[in-house]
Design a protein around this ligand. Structure first.
Ligand code: KIV
Ligand code: ZN
Length: 517
């Protein structure tokens, strides 16, 4: 029988280390629930000791999400291990994931220790974790730049101390597939006790090789791979899980391994992670990009019309990309809307569906055709309206400008107690004027660090989505807004980010700080 490859998803931990990303506890829980639907084997829910927000996020996920193993990352220090256990102990199947640098460059220059001390520390902390939890993973950080002899010695020692998974971390994305496969093979052949544990790999994408390295490692016998949805993560990101999964699925003939994942949940998961993190998926991204199953050239279209296999190695339905045979517009009914929403990964009760149907009708009046992207944006807006910390609502907006860059804007906001506040400002263009008018009403002192506008679909009636990131007291807050009017979308996005900053200041719903090992 073919052996099983397990997937550890670290979107909520390493993924959150992407520059500029901050997810709320509720958003993390929402992603974790979707990862359970995708049926990944292990969810690395966070780094419990890194912040109170992360501790709460891991605890909530451990309590609520059934199916996958729930893991917390932990430095090889006693307090981290204790906190990791305190957070994951509620899970059906808990795991503590201990890591410690193994390369000389990190041992000498970052830890300022020597190899012997580090080896002792690794063993001691694996033993400590083992007292709490039978499932313990150990990662030698920067394993691919570690002297082999020392790496093997460390792996043997932590296995003896009780580690059940050893994770070969290509922390800085230095590995090359052929060498990486050789390293995994050598580990499997020479490290004492390795036959009793799972060999895992964790690859970063600094050289664009994270997925290739992961696949090479599987061919060499690794039976757990770690990665993030959409390949997000520290610096150039982690291995994109959807790409590894579909490579194994499509080339089963070569890899001959089993997986437990439901591949049809890949697209809904990718869309969810993109909208929650605000990190767009590039159109030509493998597996989940907008163009991944679109054929532009006449010859390709001709072939696909006759038989899709002529130019497609996998079918869009296999990764959950909905087929768009039914056009949604102002004449569509609830049933049509519900069926399309389900294909996009949304399951709504009758009451929620009725609410969404109202907003859908308003949008359909403005647009000839409502696309999947439009629906996702609409759902995102509904979701945020229901869950975001909102002190100020946008009630009315008026702006005027000319081509000499000077614009004026008036905004009316509804405040926490229902009072209405109106103010106006001039600015360097209408978006600037609108943001300044909002600042005048709220008295907010945030710094705009990123402003990103995207048209959701083609055509002049497209919905524009705006993502802004603002900084306050060293913390980044992301806000999103959508509208067929780009200035209104900008105002909503800016206000959403300011609302988040206000909530954090008041100590409510602060975004969990990204942990950076
Ligand atoms: O990249 C890395 O080394 C990590 C470890 C903590 C597993 O993320
Ligand atoms: Zn990593």
């Amino acid at each position: 029988m073919a052996e099983r490859v397990k997937f550890l998803d670290t979107t909520l931990r390493d993924g959150e280390q992407s520059a500029g990303i901050g997810m709320t506890e509720d958003e993390k829980l929402e992603i974790a629930r979707q990862l359970a639907r995708l049926r990944v084997d292990i969810i690395e829910a966070g780094f419990a000791a890194s912040s109170p927000g992360d501790f709460r996020a891991v605890t909530n996920i451990a309590k609520e999400v059934k199916g996958p193993v729930i893991a917390s990352l932990s430095r090889a220090v006693a307090n981290d291990v204790d906190q990791a256990w305190e957070a994951v102990r509620h899970a059906e199947s808990p795991r503590i994931h201990v890591f410690l640098s193994s390369s000389d460059i990190q041992i000498l220059h970052q830890l300022r220790k020597d190899r012997e001390a580090v080896l002792g520390q690794a063993v001691e902390m694996v033993q400590r974790a083992k007292k709490y939890c039978s499932d313990v993973e150990f990662s030698p950080m920067d394993a691919t730049r570690t002297t082999k002899e020392y790496l093997f010695q460390m792996l043997a020692a932590v296995i003896k101390a009780g580690a059940t998974t050893i994770n070969i971390a290509d922390t800085v994305g230095y590995a090359i597939p052929s060498n990486f496969a050789m390293l995994v093979r050598e580990i499997r052949e020479t490290v004492p006790g390795v036959d009793k544990v799972t060999v895992s790999v964790h690859c970063h994408n600094d050289l664009g090789l994270a997925v290739s390295n992961s696949l090479a490692a599987i061919e060499a016998g690794a039976r757990q791979v770690e990665g993030c949805i959409n390949g997000i993560g520290e610096r150039a990101g982690n291995a994109a899980l959807e790409e590894i999964i579909m490579a194994l699925d499509t080339r089963k003939d070569l890899f001959n391994v089993e997986m437990g994942v439901d591949t049809t949940q890949l697209y809904p998961t990718s869309r969810m992670v993109s909208r929650i993190t605000g990190m767009a998926v590039q159109a030509n991204k493998a597996v989940v990009g907008e163009n991944a199953f679109r054929h532009a050239s006449g010859i390709h279209q001709d072939g696909v019309l006759k038989n899709r296999a002529t130019y497609e190695v996998m079918q869009p339905e296999r990764v959950g990309v909905p087929s768009n045979r039914l056009v949604l517009g102002k004449l569509s009914g609830r049933a049509g809307l519900q069926s399309r929403l389900e294909a996009l990964g949304y399951r709504l009760g009758r009451e929620d569906l009725n609410k969404v149907f109202e907003s859908f009708k308003v949008l359909a009046d403005k647009k000839r055709e409502v696309s999947d992207r439009d629906l996702e944006i609409l759902m995102d807006e509904e979701h945020r309206a229901a869950t975001e910390p909102i002190s100020y609502h946008l009630d009315h907006i008026h702006f005027a400008g000319s081509d000499d860059d000077v614009a004026t804007a008036t905004v009316r906001l509804i405040g926490p107690d229902g009072q209405k506040f109106t103010d106006a400002s001039v600015g360097n263009g209408p978006v600037d004027a609108v943001c300044k008018a909002i600042d005048r009403v709220i008295g907010s002192r945030v710094k705009l660090v990123d402003f990103n506008v995207q048209a959701a679909t083609e055509g002049l009636d497209s919905i524009g989505t705006v993502v802004v990131r603002v900084e306050k007291n060293g913390q980044i807050y992301t806000g999103r807004g959508a509208s067929t009017d780009i200035i209104v979308a900008s105002a909503k996005a800016y206000l959403s980010a300011v609302n988040r900053a206000l909530a954090a200041e008041e100590g409510a719903a602060a975004p969990a700080a990204g942990a950076t090992p």
